[in-house]
Design a protein. Structure first.
Length: 479
């Protein structure tokens, strides 16, 4: 992520004729098809496993506490892998990283489908987390490279499609996982990754433009000239300790804070001394707008995942819905997220959509405070939809903000750190749900989540309105 403190946009527009032949217009179906397919692999694997956990536990004779590691292992691998692979994409080229990630997804899916032990199943989830983590930062770096090649900004609708692919696949994941587990067994949830990975790999090899010569990155002064493996290792170690702590807020493992703090201190010391660090702390210190975007994104998804995990459990345990009907009640949330993700690409500004997202988080939390075990169905549907609106608007808005605020040659690593902030929010949310629910979802626990959501929504609104850089970001978001 090493770069000057202001993103250099001139490189995206120079040395390319203003008028291009039709076949060189860029951002067409051949480029976007593999990028969209790759971008859906991580979110669909994150949610598809949910409806197969009971069957997996039954076959391997393990309980819910053990099967939860199938979720946590992938989140950990993805949180570390996104910025690391984004850095590597900036260094050696996004096409190479995308191809390697597709191969890893296929290998992870095949390993899981054939796994004879539960431990190997966890290993397969780690491989899937790393493999699927490659696609998003590689896609963002690829779009920046294509923008340079054709000499025009990336169309807002293109980033909207990337965001929509992630939202839509996460929404259909539980339903697809349940269908596969019910018809072909839980191993099909892993095996489905093999054909998907092969499709993404074939599309990448056939249609994605070749990376520039990797040797160019080795020249003095070239962006991303060092992978900084020690920086990556320190980051991964510190983040892993922090996430293990966050996973058990109901029974805090306080000793984990000491190594987490020590590793973070060493990471900061090393990054400040490395000529081209993995995380350019000096750039982040100067680029306040990018840091605020990471904070907004993490806090927004903390609330969103509290709803995804907490509301669905409450619908089943406190309201008495079956898992199938609880999923149907959650559909308006997914639908609203998809619609708002597309709507967020229509205008040039992002400050108003992000402010609206914060307001909807507060409104949805207020409705949650009124819910009880006998609340009518229309109220439940409205509550879910209110949280779908900020999910769509924030996903598109913060993605566009990162694209605009990141250094021109560090967008892959910057996009990866954005997803890391999202995964931190997800893991914190799952722990918060467990802390407030205990053994069973209750009205009081849901109201506790609502209070937390309302406070965080108000904080997000204040952060958004106070961020003056958002007033101008929209006019240069995709250049």
């Amino acid at each position: 992520m090493s770069a000057p403190d202001a993103p250099d946009r001139t490189a995206d527009r120079r040395a390319v004729p203003a008028r291009l032949p039709a076949g060189e217009a860029g951002f067409g179906a051949r480029l976007m098809t593999p990028l969209l397919l790759g971008s859906l692999l991580n979110p669909i694997n994150s949610t598809m496993i949910a409806t197969a956990l009971v069957a997996i536990g039954r076959d391997f004779h393990v309980g819910a506490a053990d099967t939860a590691w199938l979720i946590s292992a992938m989140f950990l691998a993805s949180a570390v892998g996104q910025p690391s692979l984004g850095r590597i994409a900036d260094r050696i080229g996004p096409r190479r990283v995308f191809v390697a990630g597709s191969v890893a997804v296929g290998a992870g899916g095949l390993t899981g489908a054939l796994a004879p032990t539960f431990t190997l199943l966890i290993v397969s989830r780690i491989v899937l987390g790393l493999g699927t983590a490659a696609a998003y930062p590689a896609a963002m770096a690829m779009l920046r490279a294509e923008s340079r090649r054709v000499g025009r900004p990336t169309p807002p609708a293109v980033l909207g499609r990337i965001s929509l692919a992630a939202l839509a696949s996460a929404a259909v994941g539980p339903t697809l996982g349940g269908l596969l587990a019910a018809t072909a067994g839980w191993r099909a949830v892993f095996a489905i990754n093999v054909p998907l990975a092969l499709l993404a790999l074939a599309g990448a090899l056939a249609w994605l433009p070749a990376d520039r010569d990797a040797r160019a990155a080795d020249r003095p002064g070239a962006a991303g000239g060092s992978l900084d493996p020690l920086g990556i290792a320190l980051f991964a170690s510190a983040l892993t300790c922090a996430m293990f702590f966050l996973l058990r807020l109901d029974a805090p493992q306080w000793p984990l804070l000491a190594p987490a703090a020590a590793l973070t201190a060493v990471l900061v010391w090393w990054q400040l001394r490395h000529p081209q660090p993995f995380i350019d702390l000096r750039m982040l210190a100067r680029n306040r707008a990018l840091v605020l975007t990471y904070l907004r994104h993490g806090l927004t998804y903390l609330v969103i995942y509290c709803v995804l995990y907490g509301f669905s459990q409450w619908l089943e345990q406190a309201h008495g819905f079956s898992s199938f009907h609880a999923g149907l009640v959650m559909l308006p949330m997914s639908g609203a997220a998809a619609v708002c993700s597309l709507a967020g690409t229509r205008g040039r500004g992002i400050r108003v959509p992000l402010a609206l997202a914060a307001v909807c988080l507060m409104a949805g939390s207020a409705v949650f405070l009124l819910l009880h075990g006998t609340s009518p169905l229309p109220v439940l549907l409205t509550a879910g939809a209110l949280f779908g609106i900020p999910q769509g608007l924030a996903a598109t808005g913060n993605q566009a903000a990162v694209y605009a605020q990141a250094p021109a040659d560090g967008v892959g690593a910057a996009a990866g750190l954005q997803r890391t902030a999202q995964y931190l929010g997800a893991i914190t949310a799952s722990s918060l749900v467990g802390l407030l629910y205990g053994q069973r979802a209750t009205d009081a626990g849901l109201h506790g989540l609502a209070l937390a959501g309302g406070v965080l929504g108000a904080l997000l609104l204040a952060l958004t309105l106070a961020d003056r850089t958002l007033r101008t970001t929209g006019t240069r978001t995709l250049t």
